[in-house]
Write a protein that binds this ligand. Structure first.
Ligand SMILES: Nc1ncnc2c1ncn2[C@@H]1O[C@H](COP(=O)(O)OP(=O)(O)OP(=O)(O)O)[C@@H](O)[C@H]1O
Ligand SMILES: [Mg+2]
Length: 248
């Protein structure tokens, strides 16, 4: 395993069972602060379940999750809700509010979670939308009036609204055409580089894109991390399961 200088997330001996099924089996690994780490794995490997533990939406059957130095088990539900502000999430289908404009989507978390006044919110929303490449003429369009790529950009702007320290991308490019896929990957890297110290975690099947943009790759197979390496070494992995995935 990798010896990090500083970890954003420590996963200590995490096991999760649902009834008789062990979904995560004694996971023991850390995620480096300020880097891009991808969690790869076949469907059903437990990727989303792991992500839900990191967000404190699921609780371990045994083991411990420490995020930014906080053991999640020590937080009350209210503290946990507050703590989730450290995370920005971008989902597969951007998950925008259909009845809110681009502007309305991005202003939503600012209204909910900050004491900024209307003018300050308006300035922050403009700054966020412009930073992800949405021009003013599109600020007041509904999601249905935006292209898929633009919806992703708006989703990203919304995820960044509260300046999260950790960005989580769940299957950010699944189902997108190659051009939009490249755009989203470029956007992930750009966002990572613009926000110094940000930790980016990507869950993906997209092996090709992942190899291009990640610093580290963790391979999850049937609830266990079977390989976890810097990307240059991951490409040379001789693990048969990883090989199978690389050669798909
Ligand atoms: N709440 C639950 N109750 C019972 N089983 C569950 C629950 N959540 C997930 N599982 C099981 O855990 C396993 C892992 O699911 P998970 O969604 O984490 O996989 P995944 O790696 O994200 O897959 P995909 O790539 O298809 O999204 C699956 O077998 C799933 O059926
Ligand atoms: Mg999943």
């Amino acid at each position: 395993m990798i010896d990090h200088i500083e970890d954003a997330i420590q996963i200590n001996n995490l096991t999760k069972t649902f009834g008789p099924h062990t979904i995560l089996n004694e996971l023991d690994f850390n995620i480096a602060k300020g880097k891009i780490t991808t969690i790869l794995g076949f469907s059903g490997a437990g990727k989303s379940t792991l992500l839900k533990h990191i967000l404190g939406l699921l609780h371990p059957t045994s083991g411990q999750i420490v995020v930014l130095g906080k053991d999640l088990a020590t937080l009350t539900p209210m503290q946990l809700r507050e703590f989730r502000r450290n995370f920005g999430m971008l989902f597969q289908y951007a998950a925008l509010f259909d009845s809110r404009t681009a502007h309305g989507n991005v202003s939503f978390p600012l209204h909910e979670f900050t004491n900024l006044d209307e003018k300050q919110i308006d300035e922050r929303v403009s700054e966020l939308l412009l930073s992800v490449g949405i021009n003013e003429e599109a600020f007041h369009r509904l999601p249905s009036e935006l292209s898929g790529g633009m919806r992703k950009r708006v989703g990203l702007a919304r995820a960044l609204a509260l300046s999260p320290q950790i960005m989580l991308y769940d299957e950010p490019t699944t189902g997108l055409d190659p051009i939009t896929t490249k755009m989203v990957n470029d956007l992930i890297v750009e966002t990572h580089e613009k926000n110094r110290g940000m930790t980016s975690i990507i869950i993906s099947h997209d092996i090709k894109a992942t190899l291009e943009i990640s610093d580290f790759i963790a391979f999850l197979d049937r609830g266990s991390i079977v390989e976890y390496l810097p990307v240059s070494e991951f490409k040379k992995s001789t693990n048969p399961i990883v090989q199978e995935f690389l050669n798909l």
